[in-house]
Design a protein around this ligand. Structure first.
Ligand SMILES: Nc1ncnc2c1ncn2[C@@H]1O[C@H](COP(=O)(O)OP(=O)(O)OP(=O)(O)O)[C@@H](O)[C@H]1O
Length: 619
């Protein structure tokens, strides 16, 4: 016990000497001295005993406190020891990682980075309606249809079916895949449509049609990939027409009922073209009175919907739409998807890549029952296929050629042309073939400049790009399609899916950054079995990576690779890395970590994030 903590002796307080008085409250009776001494002694003795007890208690308390302190001290020491160990461990792990990193080759590091990016893409929200996601709705069976292939085709052996697919270079994935059918008549297509197709010289199905139509007729979800100009439109429209025809025959549609199905397109021009095709086929179907009349609505921005009130006033069978206007109409309840059971996306990679993904989800949320979903495109990188497949039910993948490969019927010529010499050289190039010719540039101002220059030089040219009004765009397409104009100068808007008659020559004035866009642009020629030429201008302004994509694409298609392209080395080859194509855009000359499409998507995402923060955004 330390002296400072020793209990202080209590001083005995002596009472002040009283002033005695009998009636005083403080009166104390007299007690003899001996008696008082004894009482004091007894008191002192008892005080001593109490103070001993106190001392013992205090001592015990102090011992407890000391023990507590020691325990606390030990805890502190232990914690510090642990922290030191963790720190050392962290330092060790860090230096081990640094050592491992140093040992890793550049290729391994790049592979790791690619895997991280891929994992981030794979974590994207499933492509399904929010309602389905929220309710956890998951269908396990494909949509039931009454269609079946003819008996003699059903009885074919697996080997026969495999050989047939090999003959047409068709690759399929999925289970219980319906067999390919080589003749339209065996697909049980109504006679009036067969007659109409024949009148358009469509007599036997193309590979995507002979495998894709039986798959779609069977009610199966599918991803259809085939070259530009290989007849995908018929492959996804015919099943919808047949479905609508069957529904109408069962119970005729009245005002406010329908549609049975919808075709979604990424551009107004493509939607208009698909709409016109469907109109032609449905009119042919009902012409002889044997089959019912079907009503189709075109639902795109930039047009007045009141012009189509005659369609809206009847039952609606088919809708062809661009996403923005379709969402608008559904939100305004101009029609519903309560009984809609067919959803097809043309140029589907564009629809579900980052730009349109949320719109598609939004559209899906208007479906109230199970649907058949089909995705078609000429370009569909593996990652988009995988992403889409998770959202389909027992999907069948039908692939004709490599997804993203160029159409082999197009002769591809790549020329080095200095920026300042392009206009003059363009005039020279126009002499190569007879019209019609399409000239592509992804820059709207450049599109206008080229048209102006050509007009000045006396060339009948029209122009189309996203900043033109809908009337201007329609006029350009109409006059070019009709042959009134020889040249159409276009931005990317006109590249995907548009089917112009017999384009002789496509001139790519400025090479697009994404090789998929190039594939779609050259694909405006060499359609439905005919041949065409594509001339592409490149120069110092063309990114090296784009040139590498182009070089590999030319090699794949067995085309002549010009010497200046041959000299471009692939940095991945120098590092001993793999030369796999990019899983995001399908480009063969780069990996995922420097994919221009991904960069562009990220830029767009950041811009939309910024505009949302600024209170902008929306449609
Ligand atoms: N079986 C066929 N035989 C001959 N021509 C056909 C056949 N099917 C379709 N066509 C014609 O081929 C042309 C191209 O068809 P379509 O526009 O459907 O091609 P696509 O594969 O969708 O091309 P893109 O990828 O560029 O959109 C059209 O003019 C169409 O009439």
């Amino acid at each position: 016990m330390s002296s400072s903590s020793a209990p202080k002796r209590r001083r005995v307080e002596r009472p002040p000497s009283p002033k005695y008085s009998l009636d005083d409250d403080n009166y104390e009776p007299y007690i003899p001295v001996a008696q008082r001494r004894q009482a004091r002694l007894a008191k002192l003795t008892s005080w001593g005993a109490n103070s001993d007890k106190d001392n013992q208690k205090k001592l015990q308390q102090e011992a407890d406190e000391r023990e507590d302190e020691e325990r606390e001290e030990e805890r502190r020491r232990e914690k510090a020891r642990k922290e030191r160990t963790l720190l050392v461990e962290a330092q060790e792990v860090h230096s081990k990682r640094a050592q491992e990193d140093a040992q890793k080759t550049e290729v391994e590091k790049a592979d790791e980075k690619d895997a991280e990016i891929l994992a981030a893409i794979a974590a994207r929200r499933k492509l399904a309606s929010d309602l389905e996601l929220a309710k956890g709705i998951q269908y396990s069976e494909s949509l039931k249809t009454s269609w079946r292939p003819p008996k003699y085709i059903r009885e074919r052996s697996e080997d026969q079916v495999r050989k047939l697919r090999e003959k047409y270079h068709i690759i399929v994935e999925g289970d219980e895949i319906p067999p390919p059918i080589e003749h339209f008549a065996d697909m049980k297509i109504p006679d009036p449509i067969l007659k109409f197709l024949k009148s358009k010289r469509i007599t036997s199905p193309t590979p995507i049609q002979l495998q894709g139509i039986p798959v779609a007729f069977s009610g199966r979800d599918m991803i259809g990939i085939a070259f530009t100009g290989s007849g995908k439109t018929l492959a996804f429209c015919l099943p919808l027409i047949m479905m609508a025809c069957e529904e109408e025959a069962k119970l005729p549609f009245t005002r406010g009922e329908g549609p049975v199905g919808v075709v979604l397109c990424p551009s107004r021009e493509l939607a208009s073209q698909t709409y016109e095709n469907i109109l032609a086929w449905t009119e042919a179907l009902s012409k002889e009175g044997q089959y019912p009349r079907l009503n189709t609505l075109l639902c795109i921005g930039g047009i007045s919907m009141s012009e189509q009130s005659h369609v809206m006033n009847k039952g609606l069978h088919i809708v062809v739409a661009t996403p923005g206007r379709l969402i608008d109409m559904l939100e305004k309840k101009r029609f519903t998807f309560n009984n809609c059971k067919y959803l097809c996306m043309d140029e589907a990679d564009r629809m579900i890549d980052l730009g349109f993904e949320d719109d598609v989800r939004n559209i899906m949320s208007f479906f109230k029952r199970q649907r058949q979903t089909l995705l078609f495109s000429a370009t569909m990188p593996r990652k988009i296929q995988d992403f889409a497949q998770q959202s389909l039910i027992r999907p069948v993948l039908v692939n004709v050629g490599r997804a993203g490969a160029a159409n082999l019927d197009v002769l591809q010529v790549v020329e080095y042309v200095k920026q300042e010499a392009k206009m003059v050289y363009l005039l020279e190039c126009l002499q190569k073939t007879a019209p019609p010719v399409i000239v592509f540039s992804d820059n709207k101002n450049e599109v206008d400049d080229i048209q102006e220059y050509l007009l000045l030089k006396g060339v009948e040219a029209v122009a189309i790009h996203g900043s033109k009004t809908q009337e201007e765009r329609q006029y350009a397409i109409k006059s070019f399609k009709s042959g009134a104009k020889d040249v159409m100068v276009a931005s990317g808007v006109a590249s995907k899916g548009l089917d112009f008659n017999d384009i002789q020559h496509v001139i790519i004035f400025s090479m697009p950054k994404e090789i998929e866009d190039y594939v779609h642009q050259i694909g405006r020629t060499g359609r439905s079995g005919k041949t065409g030429i594509a001339t592409t201008f490149v120069n110092m302004n063309t990114p090296e990576q784009t040139l590498l994509d182009l070089k590999y694409l030319l090699m794949e298609a067995g085309q002549k690779v010009p010497p200046f392209l041959l000299t471009i080395e692939d940095p991945r080859a120098a590092q001993g890395g793999s030369l796999k194509g990019c899983p995001v855009c399908g480009g063969l000359g780069h990996g995922i970590s420097n994919c221009p499409k991904l960069e562009d998507a990220q830029r767009r995402q950041m811009a939309s994030h910024r505009s949302n923060q600024d209170g902008g955004g929306g449609y």
